[in-house]
Design a binder for this molecule. Structure first.
Ligand SMILES: O=C(O)C1=C[C@@H](OP(=O)(O)O)[C@@H](O)[C@H](O)C1
Ligand SMILES: C=C(OP(=O)(O)O)C(=O)O
Length: 439
């Protein structure tokens, strides 16, 4: 179901403060960890959005006791195996729910079906399934080989020999194996080794995984990015309280606002102590000419006034480490003093939509000159006379909707189609955006 379109009239200034919603990546990891850990976990600051709702609903269907104890506060009674050994789970388009649950249920054993929206059934999962099959799990494709929906049965898991996983399509496959690994390692007499075969993309997300596993009592040993060892006897223990920090990918939209709308924008919820790689987007806007002050749990951004003709500095950068925040950088290119090139972003092709195609097409509708290839995109800056008033398709991709809000700093009105798709990670995005900008 599509939502009514949103008309953005030109704005010139951005200033104010906001509290970030909880991190999607941390929320869904912590929900699964709390469900697997023996004992009670109190999760504070959890994100409330489509992606966390499908994870919560799945855990409840699996019999995990989850209580809402306050605003963004959840209490989880964990333990494994899950109480319900048979379930048909719908996981929307949430990669952070689909991939980790596939691995956990495959190692747990039972009878499960995992499906999602049509786009989820076009997002690859073969590299994770191959790794699980090599461990002795029973995972079958219901439709196209290499893609959801999946059926999981009772396998015979042997983690005694190193398991290899490819990480060139998504880091979530390695994250999924790591999160599930203690289901085997807890009973094992030998350490479990996970080897990465070939290139590993989006590395900072693996560090989030390892950090949170450690908070739940499992210390993974890492040899570069090649081998991950889960010691024999490793088991998750509920840590009591877990504070979930704000979402750094969401923070990128507000850092961008400060960079082009003067600021100051005060962003509360993630700062220099963040465990999220996307906080490095602050370095990107700094290099473009914005001023960033980093506090342990917040940041402040001041910038230029692009609506008055100021320009940001152009860039040519590798964005492999921050693929989500990279989309925001592509929008900032419109206001730069030269062409901006984003490299090593091949994973954009298999996310909520083909983001290279979507970005290229929609930026051209605004009047921009764009070039792209298999894993890169180049956006040329806009002269004021080039801007065209366009209706922007969002392709059911929350990040397309959120980053095209930055086009409101151009001189013509812009319409965002189906803006409600922001509910994947930040349902209140447009009301927070409107509170910060002025004509
Ligand atoms: O592990 C995670 O929480 C995520 C990893 C990244 O995916 P890839 O590893 O597929 O790039 C990122 O794009 C996604 O939004 C969240
Ligand atoms: C790629 C994304 O999501 P997912 O967790 O579904 O992979 C994203 O949020 O940009």
């Amino acid at each position: 179901m599509t939502s009514p379109s949103l008309h953005l009239t030109p704005v010139t200034l951005a200033t104010g403060r906001l509290n970030l919603p909880g991190s999607k990546s941390i929320s869904n990891r912590v929900l699964l960890l709390a469900a697997l850990a023996e004992g009670t976990s109190q999760l504070n600051g959890l994100l409330d959005s489509d992606d966390t709702r499908v994870m919560l609903a799945a855990l409840r269907q699996l019999g995990v006791e989850v209580k809402e104890t306050g605003l963004a506060q959840i209490e989880v009674q964990g333990g494994s195996p899950f109480p319900v050994g048979q379930a048909d789970l719908f996981l929307g388009n949430a990669g952070t729910a689909f991939r980790p649950l596939t691995a956990a249920l495959a190692l747990m054993g039972g009878q499960y079906r995992l499906s999602g929206v049509a786009r989820m059934h076009e997002r690859p999962i073969g590299d994770l399934v191959d790794a699980l099959l090599s461990l002795g799990a029973d995972v079958q494709y219901e439709g196209n080989v290499g893609y959801p929906p999946l059926r999981i049965g009772q396998g015979t898991i042997d983690g005694g020999k190193p398991v290899a996983v490819k990480g060139s399509v998504s880091s979530q496959f390695l994250t999924a194996l790591l999160l599930a690994a203690p289901l085997y390692a807890a009973q094992a007499s030998d350490d479990m080794h996970i080897d990465v075969e070939g290139e590993l993309i989006s590395k900072p997300y693996i560090l989030i995984t390892l950090n949170l596993m450690a908070q739940f009592g499992v210390q993974v040993q890492r040899q570069d990015w090649a081998r991950f060892t889960i010691p024999a006897g490793s088991r998750y223990r509920a840590p009591g309280r877990v504070e979930i920090e704000g979402d750094a990918s969401t923070a990128s939209y507000f850092m961008a606002l400060g960079a082009i709308g003067g600021g100051p924008i005060h962003i509360n919820g993630a700062g220099s102590q963040s465990i999220q790689g996307d906080m490095a987007f602050a370095d990107v806007i700094e290099a473009m000419g914005a001023t960033v002050v980093r506090h342990p749990q917040s940041i402040e951004v001041r910038g230029v006034h692009v609506a008055r003709g100021d320009k940001l500095k152009a860039f040519d950068r590798d964005f492999n480490l921050i693929p989500d925040a990279a989309m925001t950088a592509a929008m900032l290119a419109l206001y730069a003093d030269g062409p901006c090139t984003l490299r090593n972003i091949g994973s954009w092709r298999v996310k909520e939509t083909d983001r290279i195609h979507a970005m290229h097409t929609e930026l051209e509708k605004l009047g921009a000159s764009v070039e792209s290839g298999a894993d890169w995109i180049r956006v040329h800056p806009m002269e004021p006379t080039r801007w065209r008033s366009a209706s922007i398709e969002t392709y059911d991709d929350h990040r397309m909707a959120m980053c095209f809000a930055m086009a409101a700093f151009g001189p013509v009105p812009v319409t965002i189609l189906d803006p409600g798709c922001v509910s994947k990670t930040f349902p209140e995005f447009f009301s927070v955006f409107h509170d910060l900008v002025q004509a």
